[in-house]
Design a protein around this ligand. Structure first.
Ligand SMILES: NC(=O)c1ccc[n+]([C@@H]2O[C@H](COP(=O)([O-])OP(=O)(O)OC[C@H]3O[C@@H](n4cnc5c(N)ncnc54)[C@H](OP(=O)(O)O)[C@@H]3O)[C@@H](O)[C@H]2O)c1
Length: 236
């Protein structure tokens, strides 16, 4: 990956932070939009810009002049039975996962520009629970299903100038999933569900996102790619 400008929404923790750390080694500029800087260390390349993308009234930051890659990481894990879910849960999941991404992309769209005649690249996040039905996932799967529809629609609408893809992780060891991995017993039980016998790391998902941002994936658009230890496709 060569020097260009990137915007990473939700790059202060978890998978987004792992993406920023990778990009920072190669990019000219990486702008991180999130509410707090958290674990992010700003320097000459990486800068933190405070912003709440789930707030419809928020005034969004100005992206760099030419954005080679834009990534939207904010997300939720709402695990409740349909009986326990209320409309506020569905609204919140749509606000953070879908509408925040829409706001982010509307802010970035005028600045998306690939270098040297190549398309710019957008990466969004889905979940394994869209392609494979799982109990307790109705709200988050509905919101991420909407994200997958957005990915394919924008990939068609913006080709050939911009590529649009999504990463669909399964359980990944970040703050978002901390409650599900809160004891050695829980961690072991979760790992046992996966054909590859472990849960994902932030770097597993970040590596795929960075590939989708790079020119190595230059002929890939409109795809939702799993990084899920084999869970979505294998029965072992
Ligand atoms: N971890 C998993 O097991 C898992 C599984 C499947 C899919 N995913 C998806 O993968 C993506 C990344 O997940 P993650 O585990 O890395 O999440 P994470 O650790 O919770 O990090 C989320 C990032 O988004 C930012 N963010 C959250 N709400 C925001 C808002 N309203 N406005 C601006 N920034 C906001 C957070 O910073 P602030 O809080 O400071 O704003 C943080 O930088 C998500 O879309 C998630 O749904 C994760």
């Amino acid at each position: 990956m060569t020097a260009g400008s990137f915007v990473v929404a939700g790059g202060s923790r978890g998978i987004g932070l792992a993406i920023v750390r990778h990009l920072a080694a190669h990019a000219a500029r990486v702008d991180v939009w999130s509410r707090a800087a958290d674990e992010l260390v700003a320097d000459g390349v990486v800068r933190h810009i405070p912003c709440d993308l789930a707030d419809p009234a928020a005034v969004l930051p100005e992206p760099p002049e030419a954005v080679e890659g834009a990534v939207y990481c904010p997300g939720t894990i709402t695990l409740k039975s349909f009986r326990s879910l209320d409309e506020a849960d569905f609204r919140h999941d749509l606000e953070v996962n879908l509408l925040g991404a829409v706001r982010f992309l509307k802010a970035c769209q005028p600045r998306l520009a690939g270098r040297d005649g190549r398309p710019a690249s957008v990466v969004l996040f889905s979940t394994v629970a869209v392609g494979q039905g799982m109990p307790m996932h109705a709200s988050i799967a509905a919101a991420k299903g909407a994200v997958e529809g957005l990915v394919r629609s924008l990939a068609a609408e913006w080709a050939p100038r911009v590529r649009v893809n999504a990463v669909a992780p399964a359980l990944t060891d970040t703050g978002l999933a901390a409650r599900l991995l809160a004891s050695p017993e829980k961690r072991e039980a979760m790992a046992a569900r996966y054909p590859l016998k472990r849960v994902g790391s932030a770097d597993d998902a970040a590596a795929l996102a960075c590939f989708l941002l790079s020119e190595s994936s230059g002929w890939i658009t409109g795809q939702v790619v799993g990084v899920d230890g084999g869970l979505s496709t294998l029965r072992v």
